[in-house]
Design a protein around this ligand. Structure first.
Ligand code: PA5
Length: 430
């Protein structure tokens, strides 16, 4: 299960403020359920869970199995909501080092020429046995026109066509049913296509083919992931109390003047999940001068960097800890006879226990320093729990943003940099 711990945040909020925020969260949740809030045409991330498409899951699984058997490298080419969800789940569940199956690499998420040049060099370098690396690319773009993604895809696609006898087998596209330059390229070349439904926005799309194909290619059980989200959906429809308390707590703290939500974890495999959450929250709530800025922190590392700021800087922040209760693997500290490093007091303890005390100690210090702390606990880190977490974050931010009287599902502000960039690049019409 996913469990919220509000104790160290509620001590910063009056009962009245919390109960009024809770009433608004309840009303917002009803608006989501009855499709009467802003952006009702973007609620497909809920309907895919209300009516799971098992045939689609099987199709994705089947293709992923075939790719896993053949590929040395699988490139996920996308930006924002088109890759962050896949990366989050893959980072959380795949081994830190080595691991079986194709190497998963990313492209199209920025325009660094050095990165792309080194990526292409790496793809072109033969394997130890002298044979060519078998490379597959999944280009993911709902609009089919995003410059960062389209440019990287142009370079990778051209090399795939030069290198492989049946290039169309190495290219899989995920985009909208119609429209966009990518659909024209698909039609002209006969590439395999997965459709992102029109009613699911990019950052809410991890449980569609956008996220599920790369996740399945990484060897992760997408059915368990998807059905974890389905369970969270069904449970919160019946008993939304914990979820609404989470949204209401965030709202009450925001309305007290808290400007930043620091998403922190002591588990490095959750940094991708924090990055996904950062985009989901930031792009959904940052509108019309409103919203908390979501900041991603990796502990203990960042305790030795911005920890000072959290402890004693401006008191305008809240902290959301992502906590894993049961470890997958750990290491136990051995006793040493001379205790030269003075660590024998930890002998017999394992790193999960020690890391857990670091979390509790940090939370205690930050609360004493005036930072309200929320915690979201994964009972363990597996497909089911991550699926649950994904849906809970999606519904929580939708409810919270409705409370701000904003549309959680659009991102008009993202266009501003594009217009200026296109003008500077001399794109026709700008
Ligand atoms: O959440 C969103 O909608 C955005 O972050 C998009 O995913 C991102 O801008 C990429 O867009 P596209 O998939 O159209 O290339």
């Amino acid at each position: 299960m996913i469990r919220f711990d509000f104790e160290h945040a509620h001590s910063f909020v009056s009962d009245d403020a919390l109960s009024s925020a809770k009433k608004r969260a309840e009303e917002s949740f009803k608006q989501v359920q009855t499709q009467t809030g802003p952006g009702p045409e973007w609620l497909g991330w809920r309907s895919i869970l209300a009516q799971p498409n098992d045939a689609l899951l099987s199709e994705i699984d089947g293709l992923a199995t075939a790719i896993r058997q053949e590929a040395d490298v699988f490139i996920v080419c996308g930006i924002g909501g088109s890759y962050l969800g896949a990366k989050a789940v893959i980072d959380a569940l795949c081994p830190f080092f080595g691991g079986k199956g194709p190497e998963i690499l990313y492209a199209g998420h920025h325009m660094s020429g050095r990165y792309l040049s080194e990526l292409m060099e790496y793809l072109k370098t033969p394997k130890a046995d002298g044979t060519t690396k078998k490379v597959f690319v999944n280009v993911i773009s709902k609009s089919g026109t995003t410059t960062e993604t389209a440019l990287a895809f142009r370079v990778i696609r051209s090399w795939i066509h030069e290198t492989f006898e049946q290039p169309e087998k190495h290219i899989i596209c995920t985009t909208s049913a119609t429209g966009g330059a990518l659909n024209k390229i698909i039609d002209a070349n006969g590439y395999k296509k997965f459709v992102l439904p029109d009613d699911v926005g990019g950052r809410f799309s991890v449980l569609t083919p956008v996220g599920l194909l790369p996740i399945a290619v990484a060897g992760i059980d997408i059915r368990a992931l998807f059905y974890g989200a389905v369970s969270a959906f069904n449970e919160t429809e019946q008993s939304p109390d914990a979820l609404l308390t989470y949204a209401a707590t965030r709202l009450a703290l925001y309305e007290q003047g808290k400007m930043m939500d620091m998403i922190a974890s002591f588990e490095p495999e959750l940094s991708g999940m924090g990055g996904w959450m950062q985009q989901l929250y930031g792009e959904s709530e940052g509108k019309n001068g409103k919203g908390m800025f979501p900041v991603l922190l990796g502990y203990s590392t960042d305790l030795h960097s911005v920890g000072q700021m959290v402890q004693e800087g401006q008191r305008n922040m809240i902290e959301t800890f992502l906590v894993v209760d049961k470890p997958g693997k750990t290491v136990t500290v051995a006793a040493e006879e001379d205790d030269a490093d003075g660590l024998n007091y930890l002998s017999g303890k394992d790193f999960h226990y020690i890391n857990g005390k670091a979390y509790l100690g940090t939370r205690e210090a930050h609360v004493e320093g005036g930072v309200p702390c929320l915690s979201i606990h994964f009972e363990k880190l597996d497909e089911e729990h991550i699926g649950r977490f994904i849906y809970l974050c999606e519904i929580a931010i939708a409810v919270y943003v409705y409370c701000l009287n904003e549309n959680p599902f659009d991102q008009p502000g993202v266009e501003a940099y594009k217009k200026a960039m296109f003008r500077l690049l001399g794109k026709p019409g700008f």
